[in-house]
Design a protein around this ligand. Structure first.
Ligand code: PLP
Length: 219
């Protein structure tokens, strides 16, 4: 499935009006699809499997900013630490410590978002709002830059429920600060719910199937 230019331009225009960043989610899609969007000017791409990300990174231009958006296992951090631009799904303090360690080994500071559990479903990873407030130890970690929050809404057609989940995350985002620094990135919204997410204050959306077509198997 080729990339649809018109859809990309329309989306870019729509996002520009609200100052929203686009992460193009290329998981399961071939390198040629990433190249096609790269040719249109897109530089931020998101993947959620470590091996797939590492393979694509070696084959694609070096000025791509790679976002890791999936559930990251601690033992795999080392593979992406040399190059990853932003890790969206940090869902435990132990994972954050491991990212800090691997970042130090690579002489880098890695940007991270804390994933917050906002959905009704049991299966989604992330900190609870209560746990967020207890993350005071963050200041010890010199090689991670926690610059925002990320959340995934429930998988439902009930957009009012989705809106409420996004609203709660925005409230936490406005209140939460680390080392007295206000967070700057609020990553919420995908193909089906990005409009609602933006209305509720998202400034970074992660969009896959709208740009690249439906995925053949759900990942
Ligand atoms: C797959 C995925 C997306 C993109 O989903 P689409 O519905 O294809 O836009 C966004 N965020 C995360 C965390 C994902 O895993």
């Amino acid at each position: 499935m080729a990339v649809n230019k018109e859809v990309y331009w329309q989306l870019k225009k729509e996002l520009e009006r609200t100052g929203t960043e686009l992460v193009a989610v290329s998981k399961t899609k071939p390198v040629s699809d990433v190249e096609a969007l790269y040719m249109l000017g897109q530089r931020d791409f998101g993947e959620n499997y470590v091996q797939e990300l590492v393979e694509k990174e070696t084959q694609l231009p070096k000025d791509i900013r790679w976002h890791f958006i999936g559930h990251l296992q601690s033992n795999k951090v080392k593979y992406i630490a040399p190059f990853v631009h932003l890790i969206h799904g940090v869902d435990s303090f132990n994972l954050l410590k491991e990212i800090n360690k691997q970042a130090a080994k690579n002489n880098r500071i890695i940007n991270c978002l804390l994933q917050v559990h906002i959905a009704q479903e049991e299966t989604k990873f992330g900190f609870s709002f209560h746990e967020l407030n207890e993350l005071s130890e963050l200041s010890e970690l010199k090689n991670v830059n926690v610059c925002g929050l990320m959340g995934m809404a429930s998988f439902t057609e009930d957009m009012e429920a989705v809106r409420n989940e996004f609203k709660n995350l925005k409230t936490a985002f406005d209140k939460f600060s680390i080392r007295n620094c206000q967070l700057s990135i609020l990553s919420m919204g995908m193909t089906t719910d990005y409009k609602v997410a933006i209305e509720e204050g998202s400034n970074m959306v992660r969009i896959g199937s709208m740009l690249f077509g439906a995925r053949e198997y759900s990942k």
